[in-house]
Design a protein around this ligand. Structure first.
Ligand code: CO
Length: 143
């Protein structure tokens, strides 16, 4: 496996939006667009709870902070009405994806660590300053 770009990316996995009130945000998507939502998922490790909003081709992840030290709380301090937080791209090999990016001097957040998401899949985040100002999550698919 070569360490050169491009990454092997299959899909946009989800789009993630930070919201100050999860229930109201979910209601907005169901009332306005008729969207179905997942159960509420608590992710204490990240200080958030979240709901997935389902579309045929993609899901939107709504995230609400559960404590003041949550990174999502810091985002809402700057953007009180909420807003687009990150997009997620899926790959079949997160470690290889990370190596390729580092080889091309694209920074990886959180000490360049690949961690497990709440779903148990490998994830990491690219530095937004090295990605056109967008926070990009790379997630390994199940296979
Ligand atoms: Co995400």
């Amino acid at each position: 496996m070569t360490n050169k770009l491009p990454l092997s990316i299959s899909d946009v996995g989800h789009i993630s939006i930070a919201v100050p009130n999860l229930k109201e945000a979910q209601l907005f998507y169901s009332k306005t667009f008729g969207c179905e939502a997942s159960e509420t998922i608590d992710v204490p490790a990240q200080g958030i709870r979240m709901v997935y909003i389902f579309f045929n081709n993609i899901k939107i992840e709504l995230m609400e902070p559960t404590n003041t030290s949550s990174p999502i709380q810091k985002f809402l301090d700057k953007n009180p009405t909420g807003g687009l937080h990150h997009i997620c791209l899926t790959t079949n090999d997160a470690q290889t994806a990370k190596s390729k990016l580092l080889e091309d001097d694209i920074r990886i957040l959180a000490a360049e660590k690949v961690t497990k998401g709440h779903h148990g899949r490998d994830i990491f985040f690219m530095h937004p300053k090295d990605a056109l100002g967008t926070l990009i999550e790379i997630e390994q698919t199940d296979n």
